[in-house]
Design a protein around this ligand. Structure first.
Ligand SMILES: [Zn+2]
Length: 146
């Protein structure tokens, strides 16, 4: 990995906290989501384009998997330890999928972009190099931090 010491990547605890609040990985202020299933294209606070390239959030599936396991594991453990019947297993599993899916979907994108920002903060300094944006969108201003 190339070192770029001039860019502040933030702290791990800061990224964890602001990912829990669905905030921008760069400024920690702008909301990434503006409603169920509607993500902001740009950070309302600093102007960062959230979808860094077409298919950018496919990697969020890894985060989605871990969020799903984290949220359902206690219930799975209870089902196994209490020797529940197959219909109960099936009904609880379907219920968990319905309940956990929206949470995992939203957090997977937020977690993914926070990890990416922590690893390569220098790639988030402008929208000029983001493929998939129109020419006008690439000119969308990204405010300097602090
Ligand atoms: Zn921002």
């Amino acid at each position: 990995m190339t070192e770029h010491p001039q860019f502040d990547r933030g702290s791990i605890l800061g990224h964890i906290w602001y990912a829990l609040l669905f905030r921008c990985p760069r400024c920690y202020k702008g909301a990434m989501w503006r409603g169920p299933l509607r993500m902001n294209k740009f950070c309302p606070s600093c102007g960062l384009a959230f979808e860094r390239e077409p298919g950018y959030f496919v990697g969020g599936m890894y985060a989605s998997y871990f969020v799903g396991v984290f949220l359902t594991m206690p219930v799975w453990m209870w089902l196994i330890m209490s020797h529940q019947s197959f219909p109960v297993f099936f009904a609880v599993t379907v219920g968990m999928v319905i309940l956990v899916w929206p949470v995992a979907f939203h957090y997977s994108r937020v977690i993914w972009i926070h990890i990416d920002y922590f690893v390569e903060p220098w790639a988030f300094q402008s929208n000029e190099t983001v493929p998939g944006l129109t020419v006008e969108e690439k000119r969308h201003p990204v405010m300097p931090l602090r």
